[in-house]
Design a protein around this ligand. Sequence first.
Ligand SMILES: [Cu+2]
Length: 176
Amino acid sequence: MASRSALIALLVAVSCAAAASAVTFTVGDTQGWNLGVDYDTWARGKNFSVGDTLVFNFPTGTHDVLVVSKSDYDGCNTGSAMNTIQTSPATVTLTSADNQYYICGISTHCSSGGMKLAVNVGSGSGGSPSPSTPSAPGTPSPTTPAGPSPSAAPARRAAGPALAVAAGVLLKLALF
Ligand SMILES: [Cu+2]
């Protein structure tokens, strides 16, 4: 069936696009989530977008990941975390386009060990404009915003020139 294969092709294209746009970041790369890693440097220059995933790798029990506010990040306050992940790998999906803050809640790992990460999450739409981005197939043409049916608009547009030609013919007939 033609329509069915077209639908499958569309689904494949959409899933490929989704897979290409969502990025998984391994925090600290090979150093993981650990003491003595400069996470400011790690995060610098990276394009974090909504839908991307952060993976914190650490020996479970040695560290943890607290999702915290900016003030708790700044002060290494572990007492009011919005979320605590204790099992490695800790996976966090970036769901909103704002700044996100993560610290380690064990001992003084945040304040003394540098285990604090801030990421600036973009919306994902304006990050890297692609010249080959196709327009959505269902986008209606801006020239027919209020047409009651698809065939009515072209007919109405053709009426203008036709009337002009008719008026011209009548004018010539009147002159001669
Ligand atoms: Cu730690």
